[in-house]
Write a protein that binds this ligand. Structure first.
Ligand SMILES: [Zn+2]
Ligand SMILES: [Zn+2]
Ligand SMILES: [Zn+2]
Length: 338
């Protein structure tokens, strides 16, 4: 048997049926690549030039209300638009395309420009969880909307140009690639074993502990066995819940708590604001019952060895398969100790 800590091996992601190559010995190689400036500048509570701060004018000309909790609005520069014709184009099965109507919204977490999930109060994050659940319910109830993607890009390294704490909500008619893969895998698992894939995975990680990063009464967070990004994590509710609107009060508080704990650990890891893309995977809103779905959160942060050195997915990763140097077990240990 190979040595997990030394020998190159590949690991299967059972949610996507894709493999990741793990080459642990490569962390010793010298680094001569790009070093990014850490974006650690302190933010003001209110920024008169921020298009998300209360009372300010946005680029599209609309003015934000003087909101005091969360605030959601239709994105002024939306990638998805409701009036797009849904026609399909197909030439010989080679040139295939389809119109994709939808809705893009922005959700502000707080009127405070300088806060992040890591330093918001629990009640404030709970309001954000309720906002997410409300958006999922409202948008998902529309006939034309079969999937609602809620996500946050944090930090300039992730292409986020505005420090104001906010998320994006993209709702459309077709299942995106990652959701379709995970749905198929969960359905197959359920049909083969009469169990839920993520219930089984949560139970296994809960007992093994080596990839566990944090937990509370209703949620646990792990570095997945098949993680691609160096400090990637996945948080899941202990109970089998298909979507965020079905979380009870205790589980919503638990989600707020686990998000706060995880983001605070990330910030402590390299003593700097930690960039990431974070988002929910959950049941589509197509009117079907999806007993196979177990909702969860993915954190995909790019940092590798410090606040300024990031992991690039290039070359072999772009052409063949994702690859990582640091093992998920040692990443989990470092996050637990942060
Ligand atoms: Zn702001
Ligand atoms: Zn489950
Ligand atoms: Zn997922």
């Amino acid at each position: 048997m190979f040595d997990w800590k030394q020998d190159t091996h590949r690991r299967l992601n059972p949610l996507t049926n894709e493999w990741v190559l793990v080459s642990p010995h490569r962390t010793e190689r010298p680094w001569q690549g790009q070093v990014e400036a850490a974006d650690a500048a302190a933010q003001p509570e209110y920024d008169p030039t921020c298009y998300l701060c209360p009372g300010n004018e946005r680029a599209g000309g609309a003015r934000n209300p003087r909101y005091s909790s969360t605030f959601v609005f239709d994105n002024d520069f939306a990638a998805l638009r409701p009036a797009t014709p849904p026609d399909r184009f197909d030439e010989s099965g080679l040139l295939v395309a389809q119109g994709e109507p939808g809705i893009c919204r922005v959700g502000c977490f707080s009127p405070r420009h300088d806060l992040t999930i890591a330093n918001m109060r629990p009640a404030g994050i709970r309001s954000v969880v309720d906002m997410w659940a409300g958006q999922y319910t409202e948008l998902g109830a529309r006939e034309s909307i079969r999937h609602v993607q809620i996500f946050e890009n944090r930090g300039a390294m992730m292409g986020c140009s505005n420090a104001h704490p906010h998320c994006q909500i993209w709702a459309n008619a077709h299942l995106p690639n990652e959701i379709a893969k995970e749905q198929a895998a969960q359905l197959k698992w359920r049909e083969a074993r009469n169990h839920c894939l993520i219930c089984d995975y949560a139970a296994l990680e809960s007992s093994r502990k080596e990839r566990l990063v944090d937990e509370n009464a209703t949620w646990l967070a792990v570095v997945p066995f098949w993680a691609v990004w160096p400090f990637e994590t996945m948080a899941m509710p202990r109970r089998h819940v298909a979507s965020i609107d079905a979380l009870d009060g205790g589980e919503r508080d638990g989600l707020a708590d686990i998000l706060q704990r995880l983001t605070a650990r990330y910030n402590r890891l390299f003593a700097a604001p930690f960039p990431y893309s974070m988002g929910f995977h959950q049941s589509p809103t197509d009117g079907e019952s999806h007993a196979e779905w177990h909702m969860h959160v993915h954190f995909l942060p790019p940092l590798l060895r410090s606040a300024t050195v990031r992991k690039f997915l290039v070359g072999y990763e772009m052409l063949a398969a994702p690859q990582r140097d640091l093992t998920p077990e040692s990443a989990a240990e470092r996050l637990r100790n942060a």
